[in-house]
Design a protein. Structure first.
Ligand SMILES: [Zn+2]
Length: 373
């Protein structure tokens, strides 16, 4: 029997991932960051060669309008307590800080908000989050905000409202990454029209290969690439293969009555509703068709072929997805992904771009466009 050979990574390879929900996991579970049962901890990051990570401060839209900011603050505090510790990871807010962290061999940890509802329609609150070190924001999550439509909600603003345009321009001026993952097509079109700066889709795949609204059309891939933006490939099997998406939808529907019964009398408790919804989401992935690392790499190949090798990277969504491709179960498994990228014919310099350089260069451009820089 042939012994499986481990994939060796160059020591100076930067693996930099654009999206994870580890902050939420660490908030909800009595876990620490040194070692935990989730997808990302320090041990797994070291084993897999993960050197920098964008941590999403995700707040369930169920907590909007009046409890979302509080939850974001709680998540920031969780990050301070559990992650930004001298022997664990360095909070970074600029290219210079990231370079310093990498030099000290520390995991460089960026903070983004996930869900524009967190700022409660207030450009002032957005400023405060910038002051706290947040350097990007996903405009929506699964529900519309008052100023931007989500791709998984019924259109209300028909894209961005005037306030939405103002917020997006403010982000560009501050040097905050505008993240259009989860945004409706019209919202993305309005963002691209509202500002000329590079934008990102931190954790989205190609709609051509998995035709769901949550993924990007080829036209958006081209437009984001043309203005030197960034697209991070999402590891969630349901966004990689349509069949898996359909299986989850079917399974979830079967739970509808059970969910209604369990949540009856709790409709004013968004935390409870959120937990129950997640529990059934996790149950909905059991028995799904398996997705291989190669299937994920199909999306990377397609995004690179459509937008060029400089726009594509990683947006795992680790700790926010209830299942992963086989063999890519945590951050410790990045070498397996790199092995497949090699098999698929990517050259080493291209692999470096996909694994981290493209994201790093994108954030450098965002920072430079920020006012006063
Ligand atoms: Zn997300």
């Amino acid at each position: 029997m042939k012994k499986s050979s481990a994939v060796s990574l160059p020591k100076d390879l930067l693996i930099f991932d654009a999206h994870c929900d580890t902050a939420s996991m660490l908030f909800e579970q009595p876990w620490n960051f040194r070692g935990n049962p989730g997808h990302i901890d320090l041990g797994k990051a070291r084993k897999g060669g993960l050197k920098a990570q964008v941590f999403a401060v995700w707040v369930d839209p169920l907590l909007a309008p009046h409890r979302a900011m509080k939850r974001a603050m709680q998540l920031l505090q969780t990050m301070e307590q559990k992650v930004f510790q001298p022997r664990l990871a360095a909070k970074v807010t600029s290219q210079a800080e990231m370079a310093a962290a990498l030099l000290q061999k520390k995991l460089a940890a960026w903070l983004f908000l996930e869900g524009g509802h967190i700022i409660e329609n207030s450009p002032e609150i957005l400023h405060i989050f910038y002051s706290l070190g947040v350097r990007g924001m996903t405009l929506t999550h699964s529900k519309n905000t008052d100023w931007a439509d989500s791709t998984t909600d019924t259109p209300r603003a028909n894209g961005l409202t005037a306030l939405g345009r103002r917020i997006v321009r403010q982000m560009a001026e501050m040097g905050m990454a505008i993240d259009v993952s989860h945004a409706a097509d019209k919202t993305i079109a309005h963002v691209l029209a509202a500002t000329p700066v590079p934008v990102m889709a931190s954790h989205s795949n190609a709609r051509k290969l998995c035709p769901i609204p949550r993924n990007l059309t080829d036209e958006f891939i081209r437009q984001i690439a043309a203005r030197r933006g960034f697209i991070g490939a999402n590891f969630f099997p349901a966004f990689i293969k349509l069949r898996v998406f359909e299986q989850i939808e079917e399974n979830f529907k079967q739970f509808a009555r059970e969910i209604r019964e369990r949540t009856r009398g709790h409709l004013d408790d968004p935390d409870f509703l959120s937990r129950v919804e997640w529990e059934y989401y996790v149950r909905s992935v059991s028995g799904n068709e398996t997705v291989a690392v190669n299937d994920l790499v199909d999306h990377i190949v397609h995004i690179a072929a459509t937008g060029g090798i400089d726009c594509v990277g990683l947006g795992s969504d680790f700790d926010g997805i209830p299942s992963t491709p086989a063999g890519l179960g945590s951050a410790a498994a990045y070498p397996a992904l790199i092995g497949v990228l090699r098999q698929r014919g990517f050259r080493e310099n291209e692999i470096r771009k996909i694994c981290g350089l493209n994201l790093r260069n994108f954030l450098r451009r965002v920072e430079k466009k920020g006012r006063g820089k």
